[in-house]
Design a protein around this ligand. Structure first.
Ligand SMILES: Nc1nc2c(ncn2[C@@H]2O[C@H](COP(=O)(O)OP(=O)(O)OP(=O)(O)O)[C@@H](O)[C@H]2O)c(=O)[nH]1
Ligand SMILES: [Mg+2]
Length: 294
């Protein structure tokens, strides 16, 4: 029996629904999703296995012009997603007109591999808007096959997946067939906590935060975790903790609930906050947190 396998990398502007789409393909909440741009900071693999195929999806950060070292490293993850793709999924949302970064856009237009251009969030529009978008994107990216989808409502996702499998080369699997992702458990702990911070704090706070799970200890009936919320400045520490610790407590309670769902086990989560001055611009610190992998 022949077997197909390959790398299918999702790229696009911030907030267009890349992580929502990846989770829809995988059927698990692997990538965190929020209404804020720059939610995803890493390249995260989601592996979908069938008897005769393995689709290795990559969720990537939204494409931006980097202003500091962390963002530069996020864009390196996007670059790497161009290098090993067998199929590119270029995700746009209804109403969007352009990819601001011309270099990335040209890479998509000149790609030597199949490109599927997916117009997402069609649940938000009408036939007229969709018609305009279909025309616009077919002209802008003539090398792509265009699909209209709603990742949130799981509309058109199955059809895209079938097309992906069609396009994959014959190849043995790259990962064990029971593997779902390339990231360790602690990564998902960090991400689930960061999601709560993105949801509950304003302005620059979520972008100044990094999580480091120092302890992950699985016992028979419970997993014990201790995680540090790192901020860049003293003033941010106070904001994270909040009056009498109520803000931090809310993060802890909500994160624990999600962690219990994710791991299917009772979770004990200890959270504390630490100032790590300007970590976003510090190469050593970024390496330590899994960025700057070059
Ligand atoms: N209405 C609608 N909303 C969607 C759809 N897909 C995603 N969203 C919403 O769009 C927002 C961003 O979704 P994400 O999946 O985090 O987007 P992303 O492209 O991964 O964002 P970054 O990681 O920040 O680049 C969230 O509020 C989602 O619920 C869709 O098909 N329809
Ligand atoms: Mg994302």
């Amino acid at each position: 029996m022949s077997h197909k396998a390959g790398f299918v990398n999702i790229i696009g502007n911030p907030n267009v629904g890349k992580s929502t789409l990846m989770n829809a393909f995988v059927g698990e909440r692997l990538s965190i999703i929020t209404s804020k741009a720059q939610t995803t900071r890493h390249r995260i693999l989601g592996i979908v296995n069938g008897e005769d195929f393995q689709v290795v999806l990559s969720d990537t950060p939204g494409i931006i012009k980097p202003a500091y070292e962390l963002q530069a490293s996020m864009m390196d993850f996007v670059k790497s997603a161009f290098e090993d793709a067998d199929v590119l999924l270029y995700l746009v949302e209804l109403g969007e007109k352009e990819l601001k970064d011309e270099a990335f856009f040209n890479k998509i237009r000149n790609a030597k591999i199949p490109v599927l251009l997916l117009i997402n969030k069609i649940d938000k529009g009408n036939e007229e808007l969709l018609g305009e978008a279909l025309q616009l994107w077919s002209e802008k990216v003539p090398n792509a096959e265009v699909f209209a989808i709603s990742a949130l409502e799981n509309f058109g996702v199955e059809e895209v997946f079938k097309r992906i499998v069609d396009l994959l080369p014959d190849s043995p699997p790259f990962y064990p067939k029971d593997q779902l992702t390339d990231k360790p458990e602690r990564f998902f702990v960090n991400e689930i906590i960061r999601e709560k911070i993105l949801i509950h704090y304003k302005k620059e706070i979520p972008y100044s935060v990094e999580i480091d799970t120092e302890e992950f200890f699985e016992e028979e009936t419970i997993i014990r975790m201790r995680s540090v919320i790192m901020v860049e400045r003293d003033s941010q520490k106070g904001i994270i903790i909040g009056h009498k610790g109520t803000a931090l407590k809310r993060v802890g309670v909500e994160a624990r609930k999600d962690l219990e769902k994710f791991f299917g086990k009772q979770v004990h989560l200890e959270l504390y906050v630490k100032v790590n001055k300007n970590w976003r611009s510090n190469e050593k610190q970024l390496k330590r947190f899994g960025y700057n992998q070059k």
